[in-house]
Design a protein around this ligand. Structure first.
Ligand code: MN
Length: 191
C-alpha cells in the first residue's frame, strides 16, 4: 500500500511561482490519484509488496502491465519532482553539481539554455530530467508521458514536470514562463 509522501514545505510556500491552488490540485489530486490507482491495480498481485522502483522496472515495456507501469512511474516521478523544487530555490547550483554541469556542458549558461529549450520543446506530456551519466558527468533527458530514467537504469538527479496539469492553472499555455520560474526561483539543486 503506497501513500502520498509528506513534503517539507507548505502548499503556499512556493508562491507566487506555483500557487497553493496549483499545488493542491497537483499534489492532492493528481499525485494522489496515481497512488490510489496503483494500489488498486497491484492488490492481490505479485507487485503488491514490491518497492516502487522495482515495480517500475518490472513492468516497463510490458503491454499487460501498462496501467501498473503508468501509475507506478507517475507516483515515483512526482515524488522526485517535489524534492526537485523548494521555497527560495532556483539560480545557479554550487559545489560538485556545478562542477559536473560545467564539465558536461562547457559552462552554466550553456546548460541553462539547453535545459530550458528541452523543457519548452518537449512535445505533449512528459518530464525533463537531469541525470547522472554512467561513465561520469551529467546529462539532460526527455521522457514522454510516465516514462522515467529509472525504467532505463539511469540515475535521476532531478526533474521538472511539463505535463500541462503542472502549470496550466498558473501559466495557461505559457510553458516558457513556468520553466523560467522553475530555473530562477524553484529548482532545488542537490547532488
Ligand atoms: Mn504532474
Amino acid at each position: 500500500m503506497f501513500h502520498l509522501p509528506p513534503l517539507p514545505y507548505e502548499p503556499t510556500a512556493l508562491e507566487p511561482y506555483l500557487t497553493a491552488h496549483t499545488f493542491d490540485f497537483h499534489y492532492r489530486k493528481h499525485h494522489q490519484a496515481y497512488i490510489d490507482n496503483l494500489n488498486k491495480l497491484i492488490a492481490g498481485t505479485k507487485f503488491e509488496h514490491m518497492p516502487l522502483v522495482d515495480i517500475v522496472r518490472a513492468t516497463y515495456g510490458k503491454h499487460e502491465y501498462e496501467g501498473i507501469f503508468n501509475n507506478a512511474a507517475q507516483a515515483l516521478n512526482h515524488t522526485i519532482f517535489w524534492s526537485s523544487i523548494k521555497p527560495n530555490g532556483g539560480g545557479k547550483p554550487s559545489g560538485k553539481l556545478l562542477a559536473e554541469i560545467e564539465e558536461s556542458f562547457g559552462n552554466w549558461e550553456s546548460f541553462r539554455s539547453e535545459f530550458r529549450a528541452a523543457a519548452i520543446s518537449l512535445f505533449g506530456s512528459g518530464w525533463l530530467w537531469l541525470i547522472r551519466r554512467e561513465g561520469g558527468g551529467v546529462g539532460i533527458m526527455k521522457t514522454s508521458n510516465a516514462d522515467t530514467p529509472i525504467a532505463h537504469d539511469l540515475e535521476p538527479i532531478l526533474n521538472i514536470d511539463v505535463w500541462e496539469h503542472a502549470y496550466y492553472l498558473d501559466y495557461q499555455n505559457r510553458r516558457p514562463d513556468y520553466v523560467d520560474a522553475f530555473l530562477d526561483h524553484l529548482v532545488n539543486w542537490h547532488d
